[in-house]
Design a protein. Structure first.
Length: 206
């Protein structure tokens, strides 16, 4: 199971998380988010280990702006958390890994994912809210049994130390990784390293 830690912005905190060796690190480039990273110095993000997939998170951003950020911060992946179309996702498929996020609730229709199959590398399933993620709320994971496509997915939304063991019991062939964010924070954008250490240990202790 891959581990993505998302919503990082404080340089010292980023360094501490990097030492835990997550598979993906997410930086939110959406200015309405309380975890918006702003304009960090390029040189620091350049120093992040090449073994970690640097991921920029965007919400309904313009193509040119995303391309600028990919180049400026040497991103390895982008996560599109808005209403981006399959065609829009495909614009970046040749440059970086593409993660398309969807908010999930009891009425979620997985058939809407079909047109994205060849245009993204991963899906990310988060709890449906009006805030495009970071709610700390969990959705009913049993609905994942209805997902029957070949694109791997990340699970997000309300993951915490209280339910990591439950997460490990999810038996789906396309379940690729977890996205750890708001339930592992001291404040928005500042991660609790002790909690993350416990989560990493629990996830990796199969």
């Amino acid at each position: 199971m891959k581990i993505k830690v998302c919503g990082l912005r404080d340089i010292n905190n980023i360094k501490a998380v990097e030492l835990l060796q997550p598979d993906f690190m997410g930086f939110i480039l959406y200015d309405k988010s309380p975890r918006f990273i702003g304009e960090p110095d390029e040189f620091y993000l350049d120093e992040i280990s090449s073994n970690i997939v640097k991921t920029g998170v965007f919400v309904n951003e313009h193509e040119d702006a995303i391309s600028k950020y990919i180049y400026k911060y040497k991103l390895d992946a982008i996560q599109l958390h808005g209403n981006e179309s399959p065609k829009f996702c495909d614009l970046f498929k040749h440059e970086v890994q593409v993660i398309k996020a969807f908010g999930v609730d009891e009425d979620f229709d997985f058939s809407q994912l079909s047109p994205y199959g060849e245009n993204v590398d991963y899906f990310l399933f988060d709890t449906k809210t009006t805030a495009h993620g970071g709610s700390g709320k969990k959705f009913n994971w049993q609905i994942l049994e209805k997902y029957n496509y070949d694109t791997p997915f990340f699970l997000s939304g309300g993951l915490s130390l209280d339910n990591i063991e439950e997460v490990k019991k999810i038996d789906h062939p396309m379940f690729y990784g977890v996205d750890l964010n708001s339930r592992f924070e001291i404040s928005p954008g500042l991660k609790n390293i002790m909690k993350l250490e416990q989560a990493f240990k629990a996830i990796k202790n199969n």
